[in-house]
Design a protein around this ligand. Structure first.
Ligand SMILES: Nc1ncnc2c1ncn2[C@@H]1O[C@H](COP(=O)(O)OP(=O)(O)OP(=O)(O)O)[C@@H](O)[C@H]1O
Length: 232
């Protein structure tokens, strides 16, 4: 599903923020990505989401080597990937329904096929009564669920979420994780970046640990970290 081989990444002419990253993600797996602030988690997710190119190494997604893809092939590849951004990136002038419908519209689906499907998904994420609400009137947790619904509406093969529980209380964070778990059970490969070690140990999924741009625990090695020394 995903293979990184000695991948490096830099922004512009700056230093490498990711160095020698190698891992394999199997189809249908669910991984956490963690590490200190600035370690490179969001940068790694940008590579996975095909929104940034590596400066070296090989990335294979869905059995295709990414650097060999023509620019015209990227949109089709991106449609197989759902992304939940840390800051949601919803369109404020559109309703929750229209935000979630957007990827289907961009993929050319017809309106009458779209809306029932979108309304059902919003119901499923607990927003059945907020379909017409615009993002500025929604709470952080509600916006996050709209963002997740939008990320999964195209039934992506790969779902990437950057700190998806960062802006919500523990209870909502757990509900969200159960939601992602349900998606994973129906076949979506999931990668969640988080600082929340408690969440990681509660779910027990394999963990990739990044520090200073280096992956110190490979996905297949698998131990959830139990290293928090903070009394809290
Ligand atoms: N657009 C950018 N241009 C230049 N440098 C960047 C850019 N985005 C991130 N960086 C740098 O890349 C490094 C890794 O940042 P990244 O956001 O990937 O870390 P992170 O692990 O996601 O951090 P956090 O946990 O704080 O979100 C940092 O040194 C950061 O300053």
């Amino acid at each position: 599903m995903v293979r990184f081989e000695n991948v490096g990444m830099r922004y512009g002419l700056g230093p490498e923020v990711l160095r020698d990253i190698s891992f394999n993600l199997l189809p249908g797996s669910f991984h956490f990505l963690t590490g200190p602030t600035g370690a490179g988690k969001s940068s790694l997710l940008k590579l996975l989401a095909l929104s940034h190119r590596p400066s070296r190494g090989l990335i294979t997604l869905f059995n295709k080597e990414v650097s060999s893809l023509a620019r015209d092939d990227l949109p089709a590849m991106r449609r197989k990937i759902g992304v939940v951004y840390q800051d949601f990136r919803l369109l404020d002038h559109l309703s929750a329904l229209d935000n979630v419908a957007l990827p289907l519209k961009l993929a050319g689906a017809k309106n009458d096929q779209i809306y029932q499907h979108v309304a059902e998904l919003l119901e499923w994420v607990g927003l059945g009564r907020q379909v017409d609400a615009k993002p500025p009137t929604l709470s952080g947790g509600e916006k996050q669920r709209v963002a997740i619904a939008r990320a999964v509406i195209n039934r992506p093969q790969l779902l990437i979420a950057d700190e998806p529980t960062g802006s919500m209380d523990a209870e909502m964070g757990l509900r969200l994780m159960y939601l992602l778990q349900e998606l994973n059970k129906i076949g979506t490969t999931v990668v969640v970046a988080t600082h929340d070690l408690e969440l990681i140990s509660r779910f027990g999924n394999p963990v990739m640990y990044l520090k200073d741009g280096l992956l110190t625990t490979r996905a297949q090695d698998n131990p959830p970290p139990k290293e928090s020394k903070d009394p809290a």
